[in-house]
Each structure stands twice: as C-alpha cells, then as structure tokens.
Design a protein around this ligand. Sequence first.
Ligand code: C2E
Ligand code: CA
Ligand code: CA
Length: 404
Amino acid sequence: MAAMNISELRFLVAEDHDFQRRTLVGLLKRLGASYVSDAPDGASALEMFATPDARIDVIISDLDMPGMDGMELIRRVGESGLPVAIILASSIERAVLASVETMTKAYGITLLGAIEKPVTQSKLEGLISKHKPPQAKSTGTRPASPAIPLEEIRRGLGNSEFEPFFQPKIDLASGELKGAEALARWRHPERGVLGPYAFIDTLEQVGQIDPLTWMMVTKSARQCRAWADVAPALDVTVSVNISASSLAVAGAADHITRLVRDEGVDPGRIVLEVTESTAVGNVGASLETLARLRMRGFRLSIDDYGTGYSSMQQLARIAFNELKIDQSFVMSALESDASRVILESSLEMARRLKVQSVAEGVETRAHWDLLLALGCDMAQGYFIAKPMAAADFARWAAEWKAPE
Ligand code: C2E
Ligand code: CA
Ligand code: CA
C-alpha cells in the first residue's frame, strides 16, 4: 500500500554530505518514488520548496547542515503555511527529538519521524507509510465560526457592541485571585454573544483592529476601576490582549496611557499581553511602544509562549514582567514528554528572568497539581473558570475557593 503512495509523493532531500544525499535519493527511487529533488543545504532546499510548481509533500532533512540547518529549514517551511511532512535523517536523542516534534507541530508541519544513520530502505519506508494526505486546511484548532462581513463588524464597533469577558488568574501557591484576563466578546443584537474568532481575524486582515484594541483597553480599565471601588478582593490586575498592528501605530503608547488614566486607573494595574512574534516581528515601532508603555508603569506579558519565535535577546531587551505559557503545552504536559520538557524549561526560564509565570489551559485538577509541583506562579483555565461577563465574574469571585 505504501509503495503505491510513494510513486505519487513528491520528495525533497536536504543533506550536506554528497554520499548520504545520493544514498537517500537512491533509496527513495528504489522504493518507487518518481519525483525526488535534492539540495546540499537548507537555503537551496527552501528555494526549491518555495518554487510554486514544486509542490513538495515530504522533506527528508538532515538536522546538522552548514548555513541554514534543519531546524531553521523547518521553521521557514512552517512559515510558508504549505502542508508538508518532514522526516529527519539524523541520529538525535529522544528528548531532543521530542522538542523538535513539538516545534514542528507548532508550525503546522507533520513530523513523520527521525531515522538514525545509516538510513535503510525499510526504516525509510516505515516512516513514509505514515504519510497522510493533508486535510483541507482549517485555521488551526479554531472552532468553525460564521464568517461575518466586515461591514457588520464595523457597525458593531460603531455601536460599541464589543465588551471584555473576564477569566480569572489564580496564584497557585495561595489560591488567591490575582488578576483577570479580558477576552473580547461581541454582544451581537441578533446572533448572540460571539467569541474573537468571529471578528479578530477579519479585522486584522484588513488592518482595522485598532478601534477594537482601544475599546477593549477602555472597557477593561473601566471595569478594573469599578471592581477596585466595590471590594478589596476584586482589586486585581486586568490583562488586555494587544494586537501587533496596534502596537505599531504612531503614538500608541501615549494613546493607551491616556485611555487608562482617563478611567482613573494606574497603569500598574494593567497587564498588556503581546504575542512573542509581535515582540520580535515588527521590531522598530513595536519595541518602542513596548518600552514606552513599560516606562509608564504598564506590566507586559508574553502571550502564547512557546509557539512563536523565541529570541531571548529581544525578550531581555523589553523587560517583560510575565510569561504566559501556551495552553497547548500545558494541556499536553500530562501525556507528552516533549510538552512537559517545554513546560518545565519555560518555567525555569521565567524564574531565571525573574518574571511571573502563568499557565493557560489549566483544564483539570491534574494540571493544577502538576503546575503547583513545578513551581508555576499562576494558573488560568476552565478548571478554575471560563471567561465570564463582568457581573458574573464578581459573583464568581465571591464564591471562589482554591482546591485543597
Ligand atoms: P488567548 O489570549 O490565548 O486567550 C486564551 C483563550 O483560551 C481564550 O479564548 C480562552 O477562553 C481560552 N481558554 C481559557 N482557558 C481555557 C482552557 O482551560 N481550555 C481551553 N481549551 N481554552 C481555554 P478566546 O476568548 O476564544 O480568545 C481567543 C484568542 O483571541 C485569544 O487567545 C486572543 O489571542 C484573542 N483575543 C481575545 N480577545 C482579544 C482582544 O481584545 N484583542 C486581540 N487582539 N485579541 C484578542
Ligand atoms: Ca492572552
Ligand atoms: Ca494562548
């Protein structure tokens, strides 16, 4: 069965050793492959891969190559968003293989496996037979949501129909409520309450996310103030998600500061969550805004940590206050060694950088216990509570008791 598939698959071999490269190509042909291209390093492999009519299905790559190595090749291939599977032709330790596997998954690439050298025909065939044709590409794990026309979203923004729901952040050691993350919801007059996937992508794609960002900052700060006024237990920090493009807006730092102060809130009560890729992507303007915001007293958090491009240098430069470990690592930490390794090393890094660690996606008691044991500072997730409207949040907080 595998043999039949192999003739239809298109292969690309990236390997710097001539002999090993020729061997791999030869093995593939003997297995029945009819389309095999090869490259002596990552850069030329990427070039071939990116050729529109190449349509590569499986890349067989060495990890250790001069110039662009296998890891970088994987990342670049992942960025292309094209469906492709990878086989690593490298002898690597189990632990390293596990992290590479998690990394490839995060980039949306299927890792069929790794083979030790010398590569044999049967080992290669075994891995290729695991190849499945790519599924029609859905947008990651996101739930299907109605595509809402931009005009309708803009009308909703004009009518101020968007509001923050709040999800608690709990100090693991003490069980105390420490903060609330504001998550955008649209109270649509006909469609009911809609989550961010119904509108964020659309707004970002057309470069019109800023009005939503400002509305979320304003309403979140307002709620922060209102809670602080009613009960000391509700005097918590409020976290707001800031889109990359909003950070790059000229005068963004001043604008955000003004919005928060106008609500009578000290910037120190507001945590701004930005994703890793934001922090390193649009370097100039975004970093300037972040540095300014930090100087004004805002707290900065790296969101979805582990899924983006981690550049320690950049992180250190901005002096972040908090690291939010992506829920994918937290959720799978109980089952997968690889996720657990990443979770542990992220926590270790947070400790060494002296920043708060927050775990997202805490869905069960077992997750809670594991994070507590690993010394994570804070937890957020369905095990504690789902995001709630502001009024429900206050009621929830009054009844909250930490697990014993
Ligand atoms: P995020 O910042 O990573 O937020 C966490 C998401 O995980 C939220 O989804 C939350 O409801 C969900 N979640 C929380 N606990 C659990 C759990 O235990 N299990 C699982 N499976 N999920 C959990 P939500 O509210 O749908 O938001 C999705 C994303 O939309 C957010 O991811 C954030 O990136 C973006 N977003 C939300 N509000 C805003 C906003 O005001 N501005 C911008 N730019 N993005 C926003
Ligand atoms: Ca977030
Ligand atoms: Ca996340």
